[in-house]
Write a protein that binds this ligand. Structure first.
Ligand code: BDR
Ligand code: CA
Length: 316
């Protein structure tokens, strides 16, 4: 089992990603860190507790992180995920699970103060990672793999023509991490996540295969479906974050190329990932940019795990 720390801002698709990660036999989630993003960080931490209750994994520690981006004012995505971050389902917390005292950035800086076999999968703005890097400049070299859902190469943005939410929300953090991590950032951007559409047909399949999970998925994605219809006339919703988990588990799911990439921190192209595919800058690669995904292979894995179903049944 490969060990991972998941940094996240739940978030409907973060919740789906956590469900996938925690229940996948290939990985062991050693901790979850939260960051301001889709919702204020305190709400994000509450949503992680809801996930841990659902999966009966209250033993996984939660470290709460940044309340604000490094420099910019905080802009949540509650228009996309609902005021509670879970589609306004207002699920109640049943347990007395506590958040750890240590702030997320310190936890990350301490964990990676020596070489480890632990990877980081970041599903939100990179504020915690940037702060940890400022505390410990060796962070990157002591991480096994670093996967980040964010950015976009050829696809348009989702906050501006060129800005993807996670990097647009805290472009200074993203820029710092790309510049200074010293480890290939495996960038699971909108080019690939836009291919991962959770459709009404897939939802119906979930109802049929596992009515309890189908009900839960319908409840948390209803708001997200409405947002996607209004915004982009998509029937269903793009579920970005679980792809980062599935790709981490099986990297044959996506194809891409290595490149030197910088993140824009100023002006109208805030958060844009400038991917030097053609090596104008003659710099060593700092990222792997994913450009193609087998969405059927993704859904086979995702549904097998979430619905606790047999792979054969799903494929038939
Ligand atoms: C990213 O932004 C958030 O709204 C999602 O949770 C995902 O991490 C997609 O741009
Ligand atoms: Ca997210």
């Amino acid at each position: 089992m490969r060990k991972v720390i998941i940094d996240c801002d739940p978030g409907i698709d973060d919740m789906l990603a956590l469900l996938l990660a925690i229940q996948s036999p290939e990985i062991e989630v050693v901790a979850i860190t939260t960051v301001c993003g889709n919702v204020p960080v305190e709400l994000g931490s509450q949503n992680v507790i809801k996930c841990l209750e659902r999966t009966d994994r209250l033993d996984i520690p939660i470290f709460q992180g940044a309340k604000q981006p490094l420099k910019r004012d905080f802009v949540s995505a509650q228009d996309t995920h609902g005021m509670d971050g879970l589609g306004e389902t207002d699920i109640l917390i049943q347990s007395d699970k506590k958040i750890e005292q240590l702030p997320a950035a310190k936890y990350l800086a301490q964990t990676f103060n020596k070489p480890t076999e632990i990877s980081v999968i970041a599903l939100g703005p990179l504020t915690n990672i940037a702060q940890a890097l400022l505390l410990n400049e060796s962070l990157g070299k002591n991480i096994d793999r670093f996967v980040s859902m964010g950015g976009t190469y050829k696809s348009h943005g989702n906050c501006s023509p060129v800005g993807e939410y996670n990097y647009w929300c805290d472009p200074d953090a993203a820029a710092l991490v790309f510049e200074k991590l010293g480890k290939i950032i495996e960038m699971v951007g909108l080019d690939v996540t836009r291919e991962i559409v959770f459709t009404p047909t897939i939802l119906e399949y979930c109802w049929q295969m596992n009515p309890e999970m189908g009900h839960f998925l319908a409840a948390i994605t209803r708001f997200y479906f409405d947002f996607h219809w209004k915004q982009e006339r998509i029937l269903g919703c793009v579920i970005n974050d679980p792809l980062a988990i599935a790709y981490f588990i099986d990297d044959s799911l996506c194809q891409g190329f290595e490149s030197y990439t910088v993140v824009e921190t100023q002006g109208i192209s805030l958060g844009q990932t400038l991917v030097d595919h053609h090596q104008f800058w003659q710099k060593a690669p700092n990222s792997k940019i994913l450009t193609a995904v087998d969405s059927r292979q993704f859904f086979t894995k995702f549904l097998t795990v979430l619905l606790n179903a047999q792979k054969e049944t799903i494929e038939s």
